[in-house]
Design a protein around this ligand. Structure first.
Ligand code: G6Q
Length: 566
């Protein structure tokens, strides 16, 4: 099978009109989609080496820059015509109108009837975005000021624990959007964090997560930041309760200690109060912030304590700069739009099933996990905005590891496997840790990988290099594997902010083309409902009556028999 030959664009089923704006055709019937389908047949076998040979200025033509992020997208299997048609598709899908609808606070999260306003979290003081007649930017800054005040008190030692000791350990308790963002950003900005402050993250309901995160901590010096938008999440509430027991045990059992060692970030003040955390120690956010889009809200409190309010605000400024770019740059020079359209090109026309994100910076090691949620929870949808089944593939699988580790693990499949895997390479010109030759060696690897993927190594080249004939088939790399390269100057709070906002808006662009709701996540509900049913069956002292399928029943019985004593 030739790489990238599978094609899903011809899918015949199309979504019904439903709530689609009047006169707008289903996606696969739109002129640009149809033209892209024909164009795909013409260019599917074009090779990058020929495209580069035909246009010595290709790298200049197919590059864009914004917010100090240089995007080289020349190593993609596209021509000028592809780009023109993709931009035409974006217009036919109403992308500019959808961008405006988001920024102006319309309820674009249709299945939850909510606006989607993470962009308001980084809007500068004095701007206003109205929702139901009320400005949402002013409250954002009130909360930011409260967060900054609290973070400073923790950092300068004036916030004291129950026994009068300053905080030396911050443990963030949350899961999903209340964990992945702050954890990724803390890792990314560790260079800017206070070295004398330990910051840990507990998310998994597996008790091991809590035990290992707190094993070497002194409760008298530990602050728990419990993050839960809903304050209903089993994992977070269970971990928070365990944390409270742990802290009280270590602090002599005085319930007053909770006020000094626990703060909450939530939209649910009642739930927080019932749990026993004083709402004076609660930082709110709003239902127009989706969990996976929330680390720049109060959910980022642990990060703010670690890096300080000024650096946090610089991160917000970097995000805002990318928001402005996304809102105002022409579509064909707009980084998130270009990346989103290229993703659609591979996903729907080449039939690519996944995208690898490969950051060449150790500080970005949690970025692939973060982007996995951002993209897969947002665009893993099977119905369109009207609730009708889509007739095409939506969100791809996102995966990756930091370079160069991945090179010694899974890159083989990207180079010589049978699947087409578009890659995003992310690198920095200057390292935060200059150490001998390390940075040049790291970046040489990034550049070499993009080159090897694009241009491969032919049988002829191998012959010329003296490789024995019998070995040549094994060693040929056919190339023509596409990649984007994102080159930034240096990893700073601002550049991280711009990078994350770039990916947020890339996700948005894809969702807008597919006409889906990128802001709900109903698919995660079913497992929770079933778990709620199974919990009492595992915990009951007497043998429960089981009414599941025979597999689940057998597994429950086997687990109960063998779990051992407490
Ligand atoms: C993200 C999702 C999900 C959510 C977690 C935690 O967009 O909504 O990952 O963040 O389920 O939810 P709570 O913050 O409500 O505990």
């Amino acid at each position: 099978m030739g790489i990238g030959r599978a094609s899903s664009w011809q899918a015949t089923e199309v979504p019904a009109l439903g709530a689609r704006p009047k006169g707008r055709l289903p996606l696969t019937e739109r002129p640009a989609w149809q033209e892209l389908g024909q164009h795909f047949q013409e260019v599917r076998d074009l090779e990058l080496k020929h495209l580069f040979a035909a246009d010595p200025d290709r790298a200049r033509h197919l590059a864009a820059e914004a917010c100090d992020i240089y995007l080289d997208y020349s190593k993609n299997r596209i021509t000028e015509v592809t780009l023109r048609l993709l931009v035409k598709l974006a217009r036919e899908c109403g992308l500019p109108e959808r961008i405006e609808a988001m920024f102006s606070g319309q309820r674009i999260n249709v299945s939850e009837s909510r606006p989607v306003l993470h962009v308001a979290l980084r809007a500068p003081r004095g701007e206003s975005i109205m929702v139901d007649g009320e400005d949402v930017v002013a409250p954002v800054h009130q909360v930011l000021d409260r967060l900054a005040d609290f973070a400073e008190r923790v950092r300068n030692g004036s916030w004291k624990g129950h026994t009068g000791q300053p905080v030396r350990n911050v443990v963030n308790i949350g899961i999903g959007g209340s964990d992945l963002g702050p954890r990724m950003a803390y890792e990314a900005l560790r260079h800017y964090a206070r070295p004398d402050l330990k910051v840990r993250f507990v998310s998994n309901i597996d008790g091991t997560d809590f035990v290992e995160a707190t094993r070497d901590l002194d409760p008298a010096e530990t602050l728990f930041v419990v993050c839960s938008k809903s304050w209903h999440t089993l994992e977070t509430l269970t971990n928070a309760k365990t944390a409270r027991d742990w802290a009280l045990r270590g602090l002599g059992g005085d319930a007053d200690a909770v006020a000094k060692h626990f703060v909450a970030v939530s939209t649910n003040a009642q739930g927080v109060a019932e749990f026993g955390i004083d709402t004076a120690n609660m930082f709110p956010f709003w239902d127009w912030v989706g969990g996976r889009y929330s680390y720049d809200s109060a959910i980022g409190l642990s990060l703010m304590v670690a890096i300080g309010p000024d650096q946090f605000r610089q991160m917000l400024a970097g995000m805002h700069a990318m928001d402005e770019h996304f809102r105002s740059a022409p579509l064909d020079a707009n980084l998130p739009v270009l990346m989103g359209l290229l993703a659609v090109w591979y996903n729907n026309f080449f039939g690519a099933e996944s995208v690898a994100v490969l950051p060449y910076d150790q500080y970005l090691r949690r970025l692939p996990a973060y982007l996995q949620q951002l993209d897969m929870e947002s665009n893993g949808k099977h119905v369109d905005l009207a609730g009708e089944p889509v007739g095409f593939q939506t969100g791809p699988i996102i995966w990756g590891e930091p370079g160069t580790n991945g090179q010694h693990a899974f890159y083989q499949l990207i180079h010589q496997g049978t699947r087409l895997i578009p890659c995003d390479f992310i690198g920095f010109c200057a390292s935060l840790n200059r150490l001998g030759r390390h940075q040049d060696l790291l970046m040489a690897n990034l550049l070499a990988q993009t080159e090897a993927l694009a241009f491969g190594r032919s049988a002829e080249e191998l012959r010329q290099a003296g490789i024995p004939e019998w070995q040549i088939p094994y060693r040929v790399c056919v190339g023509n594997r596409p990649s984007n390269t994102l080159l930034l100057e240096r990893l700073t709070p601002a550049s991280l902010g711009s990078l994350i906002a770039l990916y947020e808006h890339r996700t948005f662009t894809q969702g807008a083309i597919w006409g889906i709701d990128s802001f709900d996540q109903w698919g995660v509900e079913l497992g929770k409902i079933l778990a709620d049913k199974i919990i009492p069956e595992l915990e009951s002292d007497s043998e429960p009556e089981l009414a599941h399928d025979s597999s689940t029943n057998t597994l429950i019985r086997r687990y109960r028999e063998r779990r051992g004593p407490e």
